[in-house]
Design a protein around this ligand. Structure first.
Ligand code: ADP
Ligand code: SF4
Length: 685
């Protein structure tokens, strides 16, 4: 191990328990909840195997009055929920890590759409959930003294169950818009009894919860508190520098650990496009001066040097991570073994966040095995060894081809990559130079590093293969990963794209990537759901062009809501003075103007353009694959199989291409079609 990382492997005491190192997987939802306990246990267990010292559950509801359906929360509502948690605790303990559970009551935040219990709150004030703002149609009830007693008792009951399940760290969640936090927050707590008014009174509930939980565990587990600090730091206090400072002066010594976070998820977990590693330091750095208890904080830590700095500067005791542990569950062990160049560094795309928002197990762009540990039996570091001595030709060195070659070579197969361009990377080479996108280059860097160290991989750049070349080369298996192209297209009234062919002064993103010049005024017609339209608008504005956008959707890049980016994109367009006309489709393109139709009012209007850039749909480049499979005598050329993967099969986000490459590499020798491949499933996963 590199000496300068030694500090990361020091054990740290958390009340009655001790973490073996400072790598702390903070509570974060994995999208598997209680419905998929085996998936969840395998997801968490793999991180323990990879060396994380503490592994926590995601938010775990303590009572049906905190029901967050349809989002995939965990629960510990009765003893019947204990066995599902025991699976995870066992998986974590097997690798000498501590298991933590984040007990949670959502209060006004949870709409209780399934349980149909009334939502609870200090003063009847609604919480607008930042990620799903259409859910709350009733106001929460004002809690009376019995409700307060009940809430404390539910924490006690859940703590007893958590102890039975074997957890070592048990949380009280006083962050975001959840119930204990609302009691702290002067905008939500307007009470005039002993639980409202001064901060001391507003902190009374959380103090009582922590004290009751501590009494319940009686030294058998640690009690942690997760708290949002950003707003409290902004609230003035008569007694201290801010209400956050005052709170720590009041109860800083009460729990065994403080876990610091922000008041909104999109702010705390912004995509890498809009944040720097360590971005939470301004909200974290006050705490350690005011408590002797260990402090954990997050902030998109992906590199060991940033982690060390937070510890040695005295900001944190534990390096908190969600995304770094998803992208590379083996990050701690790689640092321990001096293999930090092998870390699969998180790119900050927030595809993982989108899975939680979509109610499915977390998937990851960088780590295609995440969420498939139990169902398919995949391991991020140890794919199963080869079953034959076949050699494989991979055509195309984009994300799909690179992942295929990386995983095949780890399995022990001989692989040759042929890439038409003079460097590997495919679409990443174009996209990572756009504003804020440089971290996407890590997709290539990790895989390039792996294959360049492998004797089993040969790479041929500047090598565009044709059918005859492939037939002559004599490989056992051939896989085409030849990518996709942006289509010059419009939408019809059903919002279905149709091709319009090449037109003068009408470009696609590929034209821009290939160096096409635009005129000074660029009109972007963006009906891609994801990031490309807004990104190119920003890129061209940075080059001095005057850019405006027409979109059929109510917001630009609407799917980016799922990756916590949509508001940041809107802000960036606003800051750059990029005018957006929403809910419009282009119906006619003339030489110097387009005719648009408003999808709400149905009115048409004309807009002039000098260059029209259409960011629409992509079409697969599957010509080579189609030619190859139409060849009748493949076996005469020694070819046993031909497959088409990634964007040349079905264009998607980078996560889809990587997954497709991994799926092929892990299963091609099973001789089955994708749809026939077996994976574990059960009513309860
Ligand atoms: P994906 O996301 O599916 O990996 P990309 O578009 O990023 O797709 O990458 C596809 C890669 O395939 C590009 O780098 C492209 O240059 C390369 N390619 C396309 N056709 C050929 C071919 N006939 N021979 C070699 N490389 C090819
Ligand atoms: Fe990081 Fe993206 Fe993976 Fe999430 S999905 S852990 S942001 S690489």
């Amino acid at each position: 191990m590199n000496e300068r990382y030694k500090i990361l492997f020091e054990p740290v005491k958390i009340g009655p328990v001790t973490a073996k190192n400072r790598f702390y997987q903070v509570p974060h939802a994995m999208g598997s909840g209680n419905d998929m306990p085996k998936t969840r246990a395998a997801q968490r267990g793999i991180k323990a195997e990879g060396g994380w010292g503490v592994i926590n559950t995601g938010y775990c509801s303590i009572h049906p009055s905190s029901d967050d359906r349809p989002l995939p929360f965990s629960r510990i509502w009765s003893d019947a929920d204990i066995p599902a948690h025991e699976l995870m605790v066992k998986a974590v303990h097997e690798h000498d890590a501590l298991a933590g559970i984040e007990l949670f009551h959502g209060g006004a935040y949870t709409p209780n759409r399934h349980s149909r219990l009334t939502s609870l709150s200090p003063s009847g004030i609604q919480q607008r959930p930042p990620e799903l703002d259409t859910m709350q149609i009733t106001s929460p009830k004002v809690m009376d003294s019995q409700d307060i007693k009940n809430l404390i008792q539910w924490h006690v009951d859940a703590t007893k169950r958590a102890l039975k399940a074997g957890f070592d760290v048990i949380y009280c969640y006083a962050g975001m818009g959840f119930l204990p936090y609302h009691f702290l927050h002067p905008d939500f707590n307007k009470r005039t009894d002993g639980y409202g008014g001064s901060l001391k009174n507003r902190a009374r509930l959380i103090s009582e919860i922590i004290s009751s939980m501590k009494e319940t565990v009686d030294g058998k587990a640690a009690i942690a508190v997760r708290i949002s600090t950003d707003e409290l730091l902004g609230f003035k206090s008569d007694n201290a520098e801010s209400e956050a400072h005052e709170l720590f002066e009041l109860i800083g010594e009460l729990p065994d650990l403080w876990d610091l976070k922000l008041s909104e998820w999109a702010k705390e977990c912004p995509s890498g496009r809009f944040a720097e590693s360590g971005h939470m330091r301004p909200y974290n750095s006050f705490a350690k001066e005011l408590t002797s208890k260990p402090v954990v904080g997050v902030g998109w830590f992906t590199s060991p040097d940033v982690m060390v700095k937070q510890i040695s500067d005295g900001v944190l005791d534990f390096v908190g991570a969600a995304r770094a542990s998803i992208a590379d569950p083996f990050l701690p062990n790689k640092i321990l073994e001096g293999r930090e160049d092998e870390i699969r560094e998180c790119i900050g795309c927030n595809i993982c966040a989108s899975c939680y928002n979509g109610g499915i197990p977390v998937r990851c762009t960088q780590n295609p095995t995440m969420g498939e540990e139990w169902r398919r039996g995949w391991h991020p570091e140890k794919p199963k060894t080869k079953s034959t001595d076949s050699n494989i030709l991979v055509i195309g060195g984009g994300p799909a081809g690179l992942e295929t070659a990386t995983t095949l070579s780890k399995r022990g197969y001989r692989v040759t990559i042929a890439e038409k361009e003079d460097r590997l990377g495919g679409r990443i080479n174009h996209e990572s130079i756009l504003p804020g996108m440089s971290s996407y280059q890590r997709v290539v860097d990790y895989r390039y590093n792996q294959i360049s160290q492998s004797e089993l991989v040969e790479t041929f750049l500047g090598n565009e293969l044709k059918k005859e070349d492939v037939l002559d080369l004599g490989f056992d298996h051939v896989v085409t990963a030849t990518g996709s192209k942006w289509n010059p297209s419009l939408l019809n009234e059903k919002l279905t794209p149709f091709n319009i062919g090449k037109m003068p002064n009408v470009l696609t993103p590929d034209d821009i990537f290939n160096g096409a010049e635009t005129k000074d005024e660029v009109l972007i017609y963006d009906f891609d759901y994801y990031y490309m339209g807004g990104l190119l608008a920003e890129h061209l504005t940075n080059q001095g062009k005057k850019v405006s956008i027409i979109s059929p959707f109510p917001s630009v890049s609407p799917w980016s809501f799922m990756s916590n980016e949509v508001n940041e994109i809107a802000l960036r367009l606003h800051e750059k003075n990029i005018k957006t006309n929403k809910e419009e489709i282009i119906q006619i393109i003339e030489k110097d103007h387009v005719v648009t139709k408003n999808l709400v009012s149905h009115q048409t209007r004309e807009t002039n353009y000098e260059t029209l850039l259409i960011v629409g749909n992509r079409v697969p480049q599957r010509g080579l694959f189609d030619e190859l499979i139409s060849e009748e005598n493949l076996s005469d050329h020694g070819i046993k199989s031909i497959n088409n993967i990634g964007d040349s099969n079905a264009p998607g986000a980078v996560v889809h291409a990587i997954y497709s490459g991994h799926l092929y590499a892990n299963t091609f020798d099973e001789g089955a079609e994708e749809s026939d491949l077996k994976f574990e499933y059960a009513t309860i996963q």
